[in-house]
Design a protein around this ligand. Structure first.
Ligand code: SF4
Length: 177
């Protein structure tokens, strides 16, 4: 069996799902026998290549995320929502309860960490935020969902390993985090 191409992508998330993925530890060698990681926060390719499986952390919060997920969908056979932010919006979608302008004011003007007290202009170094954060399946077709905040390393390894072996994972048998 030829090796599959795998990507892992980070959208509006906290990186916790990727940290959990790193926790598969030495089982990465089992993955490496079956797959090449072709794009990931730790693989600095500029373009998103065609791939067999893409694990996506995080929700869609900006125009850039929306563009990215559509591009990824068009180049991926099995698209996986990895973690609760991708699956439901979760923590990333908490801002949906607050008007967008109040969110921007808080982040860029009122917060002690503000740089110059101005909301940056969208398109000039920052992408325009969408009015509402959404889970991935509201924007594109998702083939598989891995719940958890974050999903455990055991669950992530199990799902990835099954998909790499052309089997459908059964997430119900795992205790979710
Ligand atoms: S699901 Fe949890 S761990 Fe994963 S990106 Fe969202 S908040 Fe972070």
């Amino acid at each position: 069996m030829s090796k599959k191409k795998v990507a892992t992508i980070w959208l509006a998330g906290c990186s916790g799902c990727h940290m959990s993925l790193l926790d598969i530890d030495e089982r990465i060698f089992d993955v490496a026998k079956l797959a090449d990681i072709v794009k990931s926060p730790v693989v600095d390719t500029k373009e998103f290549p065609d791939c067999d499986i893409a694990l996506i952390e995080g929700a869609i919060a900006s125009e850039e995320h929306l563009e990215d997920i559509k591009h990824i969908r068009a180049h991926t056979k099995i698209l996986v929502s990895m973690g609760d932010c991708a699956v439901t919006g979760n923590v990333s979608a908490l801002r949906n309860m607050i008007p967008l302008n109040d969110v921007l004011l808080r982040a860029y003007v009122e917060a002690p960490s503000n740089v110059d007290g101005k909301i940056p202009e969208a398109g000039k170094g920052v992408s325009r935020l969408l009015p509402r954060v959404m889970p991935l399946h509201e924007a594109v077709k998702i083939d598989f969902f891995i719940p958890g905040c974050p999903p455990s390393a055991d669950l992530l390894f199990y799902c990835l390993f099954e998909l790499l072996n052309d089997r459908i994972p059964v997430v119900e048998k795992f205790k979710l985090g």
